[in-house]
Design a protein around this ligand. Structure first.
Ligand code: SF4
Ligand code: SF4
Length: 92
């Protein structure tokens, strides 16, 4: 049986790039990631793609991805303290 689902993708809205509001940023550790895709499934903003890249232009820093990650591969860091290196890890 074929099941049809609706998939939404983030895009600029009236409020601009909503990631600007973020206080905490999810940072993924590739070494701990087992690519289970739970973060992709649970992200309410649909900003994690199938390669597990996070679109920081629209990620609101809710922390659901980090909460659902079974291996603790995603850490929520204060925006200001996330280093360029850690940013690079998730931006791929
Ligand atoms: S912090 Fe929230 S919005 Fe950002 S990637 Fe994780 S679940 Fe999605
Ligand atoms: S939930 Fe965690 S382990 Fe699973 S794909 Fe996302 S970051 Fe990787």
């Amino acid at each position: 049986m074929e099941i049809k689902v609706t998939i939404s993708y983030p895009k600029i809205g009236a409020s601009g790039k909503t990631g600007d509001w973020r206080t905490f940023k999810p940072v993924r550790d590739e070494k701990k990631c087992i690519r289970c895709m739970l973060c992709y499934v649970y992200c309410p903003e649909a900003v994690i793609d199938k390669e597990i890249n996070i679109d920081y232009d629209y990620c609101k820093g809710c922390g659901i991805c980090a909460n659902e990650c079974p291996t603790g591969a995603i850490r929520m860091m204060e925006e200001a303290s996330a280093t360029k290196e850690e940013h690079k890890v998730v931006s791929i």
